[in-house]
Design a protein around this ligand. Structure first.
Ligand code: DQA
Length: 151
């Protein structure tokens, strides 16, 4: 049992990373990204709970079950970013810092991707830095949210 737990949530279609439009999303699979992040977290004594779903309700169920005692939440909501109000409300109910991560730079892409319903309730957003965006977000959480390490 680890006192410091971070959730890493991935929304719809992100289970297809590696095969899905690699010129946009990169060639790493979700399993590879999760493994790298988990190794990074565990080396720092932190538990990383990784979860992906193609269903908004399943992501909400996970947040309700695990989000209340999480020290931070990293989430790539996929297309729910742009219209997932129920997911947004579930995130907003939690007190832990939330970092919204996108592999691609959503602001350089189609206009419907320019709006995020999650961003207004997130602590911050990283977009366009590929899989390393998750690593940077994790680093920020470890530095800012870990008890006794703020400042
Ligand atoms: C994404 C961007 C979204 O617009 C898209 O629907 C995704 C992936 C990204 O990581 O760049 O599924 O969140």
């Amino acid at each position: 049992m680890n006192a410091f737990k971070i959730l890493l949530l991935h929304g719809p279609n992100l289970n297809m990373l590696g095969r899905r439009e690699p010129h946009i999303y990169g060639s790493l699979t979700l399993a590879q990204i999760n493994a790298t992040l988990t190794e990074h977290a565990e080396a720092r004594g932190v538990q990383l709970l990784c979860f992906q779903s193609n269903h908004e309700g399943a992501l909400i169920d996970m947040l309700q079950a695990e989000g209340w005692d999480a020290a931070g939440i990293l989430i790539n909501p996929g297309a729910y970013t742009h219209y997932g109000l129920a997911l947004r409300d579930a995130l907003a109910s939690l007190s832990a810092p939330i970092i919204e991560v996108h592999l691609s730079n959503v602001y350089k892409r189609e206009e419907f991707r320019h709006k995020s319903v999650v961003a207004p309730i997130a602590t911050g957003q990283i977009t366009g830095l590929g899989w390393r965006g998750y690593l940077l977000a994790l680093e920020w959480l470890l530095a800012e949210a870990r008890p006794g390490t703020s400042g």
